[in-house]
Design a protein around this ligand. Sequence first.
Ligand code: DC
Length: 248
Amino acid sequence: MTDAMSAIDSSTPTKHYYPIICIDGPSGAGKGTAAWRLAKDLEYQLLDSGALYRIVGLKAFEAGLISSDTTQPIDEAALLALTQDLHIAFELNHESVCIDIVVNGKIVGQKVRNETVGGYASQVAVFPSVREALLALQQDMATRSGLVADGRDMGTVVFPNADAKIFLSASAESRAKRRVAQLNTSGQQADFDAILNTIKARDERDENRDASPSKPATDALYIDSSTLDADEVYQQIKAYCQGQGICF
Ligand code: DC
């Protein structure tokens, strides 16, 4: 036995290393679909960090802490207390492109997925104390298996040492067009201009806040999906991840 080997203390627990893939970018660029497909193909966990902020945003609205009038001041201490009371977990739904969100033991349906709740999420996401309260939960997800993390600050703040980082963007117009098509497909009326304005307002708040603004990590692969379909986006991401040493 060499000296180096004999120096190893056999009581030291073995550290496991699990790969992390981050996909950041504005809503409607296709992050959710690409992240779901990656997690499914690689059998990794999926962290939908936007859903965390959506849940906090919806709870804050229900508690009367925020309203759609974004000029109203928000009670940060009450918001933080509410955030710390939440126990959130994710389960990948293998049948359809979504994840089941479990909050305090109960599955939350699609009610957090609309644009109104997206706006509440963006309002609560500006508070550093709220972001800090959600940080450990997010980082903890990378300790059990490989992880695909979808959000705004995954590659810059939450997982700066990730194995692969992608910033997936698209013009506001193309994202609004996709949203209108989605709503029409589900039988709902949609006003393109109203949707475009909402998208632009949310981008503006997410990109210009002080705390963890939405921006590409310096070492991220930047993809503009304005003229790409979901499969083309996925193939680009897959090829890049393979180049980063991730085995499919
Ligand atoms: O990805 P999404 O549309 O579900 O995100 C909703 C809002 O949550 C988004 O407008 C800003 C905020 N968010 C954030 O600040 N940081 C993240 N990592 C993810 C989302």
